[in-house]
Write a protein that binds this ligand. Structure first.
Ligand SMILES: [Zn+2]
Length: 356
């Protein structure tokens, strides 16, 4: 016989090999030439099938069946792997007897054993609830388990073509009032150089770690932060025309938002009137031919809008708002209107605080 034949033949009467090591220690088995893993496997099987038990009748039936079927050692290992997972010792012995009595090769035995064990240990019904799975560097999972009617209702509200987007819309509708939207109350950890890059438009390249465990890009951070204040449109390109030229005197809502973003308070010197309560002012007055275009618009408090020297040909009294080097600034009445004074010119004294 070749060594291979000897090996395979020796595997066949698996139960006799196991019987032979009953009562031996791991050391003794190793001393007899068994590799470590083999020694442990043999001892596990010997403990299971030959150790004293109160189920002597079932034990005897299992050993007899294993010998009659001549199950090789690997098949006995499979049987024991599943039988040992039964909930009670009685169930374990019944499973050993049933499997040992079955004529099957190792693969078939594995399938059968798995099926029988599942019958003995049926999986618990899923518990209702919402569970989250947070993965490092991979998408997260939010699993919802509940009554079939609820889950079916939820599923029917989803857009088949964009299920993820519709879930986001269900949880935090984009048209909800800012107060109704969930507020992020977590710390975003961001370094100054990353902040610079986000401001420069490289936000998509930056990953920001939040203290709630999530990771978002710099662009998402900007969107979410502004979304909380109801100004999400400011970080998206405006659709359609922003400039209205001479078609409309009144600034549009988009223009009002953009003007407020440019000047969060009235740009008149020393005036802190908030843009949300400001009017939108034409730098070159509408009646003097000024366009309703962003370059010609500025937020301005009602008081300063009223005292602004709108007529460029009339003698200046209180000064006026002008755009100089892209920025809206107050031009004092004593300034020479043309050419625009150097930005390095000394700052004029503040006018008396307006009565509002
Ligand atoms: Zn003002």
């Amino acid at each position: 016989m070749t060594a291979l034949q000897t090996y395979l033949t020796a595997l066949a009467p698996g139960i006799d090999i196991v019987a032979g090591c009953a009562g031996m220690s791991e050391d003794q088995l190793r001393a007899a030439g068994a590799p470590n893993k083999t020694a442990r496997t043999l001892l596990t099987l010997a403990d299971a099938l030959f150790a004293p038990t109160s189920f002597t009748r079932l034990q005897r039936q299992a050993v007899t069946a294993a010998r009659d079927r001549a199950h090789p050692l690997p098949t006995l290992e499979v049987i024991e792997r599943y039988a040992s997972r039964a909930k009670t010792k009685r169930d374990a012995w019944r499973l050993r007897v049933e499997l040992c009595r079955t004529a099957a090769d190792t693969d078939e035995m594995e399938k059968l054993a798995r099926k029988k064990l599942r019958e003995l240990n049926p999986p618990a019904p899923p518990r209702p609830g919402v569970r989250i799975r947070r993965r490092k560097d991979a998408p997260w999972t939010l699993a919802i388990t509940g009554p079939s009617s609820l889950i079916a209702d939820l599923e029917s509200s989803l857009d088949e073509d964009a299920p993820l987007d519709s879930v986001a819309e269900l949880f935090s509708p984009s048209d909800a009032a800012p107060a109704a939207r969930p507020t992020i109350t977590t710390n975003a950890i961001i370094t100054l150089d990353e902040l610079d890059r986000i401001i420069d438009g490289d936000g998509e390249e930056i990953t920001i770690q939040l203290t709630n465990g999530a990771r978002i890009t710099g662009t998402e951070l900007v969107s979410r932060t502004l979304a909380e204040r109801g100004l999400i449109t400011l970080v998206h390109p405006f659709e359609g025309a922003v400039n209205l030229y001479r078609t409309e005197r009144m600034a549009s809502e988009k223009q009002r938002l953009m003007a407020a973003a440019e000047n969060p308070v009235c740009p008149w010197l020393e005036c802190n009137y908030p843009a949300d309560k400001c009017q939108v002012h034409h730098l070159q007055a509408w009646r003097h031919g000024g366009d309703t275009n962003m370059a010609n618009l500025a937020t301005c408090c009602p008081y300063h809008n009223g005292v602004n020297d709108d007529d460029p040909n009339a003698p200046p009294i209180r000064g006026r708002l002008v755009r100089r080097r892209g920025r809206v600034v107050w031009q004092p009445p004593w300034a020479d209107p043309a050419p625009a004074p150097s930005p390095d010119a000394p700052v004029p004294p503040a006018p008396a605080a307006p009565q509002l």
